[in-house]
Write a protein that binds this ligand. Sequence first.
Ligand code: CTP
Ligand code: MG
Length: 195
Amino acid sequence: MQTLIELLAGAIWFIFPAYVANSIPVDVSKLKLLEKYGKPIDGGRTLNGRRILGDGKTWRGLFSGIIAGTLFGGLQAMVAPSLNGGSQYLPELTLTLAFMLATGALLGDMTASFIKRRINLRPGQPAPLMDQLDFVAGALFFAWIWTSVSQGTTANALENMIGYPRLAVIIIMTPFVHLLGNFIAWAWKLKKNPW
Ligand code: CTP
Ligand code: MG
């Protein structure tokens, strides 16, 4: 039987590379050193008069997020054996899975920006729930694809990857964690808005 603590730990453990991938771009956007890589991914282009993604989605953010999330997940994979201590309460992470989680997180975030621009929401304007869950949805979707590819079938891929209880914990927990994180980033003047 999994204890509640093990369930929570397993959920946070698995989604952590996506959290890292989603937070790093905000910090990196403040680095003078990387300023010249801060060009918007959409190159300023518009679709029906509205920006495709907007100035909030930069190459610098995309690459720094993917690299940071992948490296952090790789580190987790390295220390997992000693943390698990013989039991298997932490879901398995590999460097490739971390890369998929991080890449999915950034692409999920970009997808949400694309949708926000289509419905005329400016960067920084809130889209409740979508702003909080876009990156998690992208990360889980990419991780699910990779799990399916490596096991050769989509059957039970989600169960084999993390299982439904942890999935539920991630979805319920993330909006709160995200709001708290953004509030802290805003208080530290890293972000313009507390959401
Ligand atoms: N960021 C970035 N590149 C990315 C993702 C994020 O540079 N691919 C940085 C930007 O400085 C952005 C900040 O992280 O302003 C916060 O991201 P987010 O809250 O998702 O962006 P918004 O500015 O609110 O824009 P949008 O409405 O398009 O999500
Ligand atoms: Mg966003």
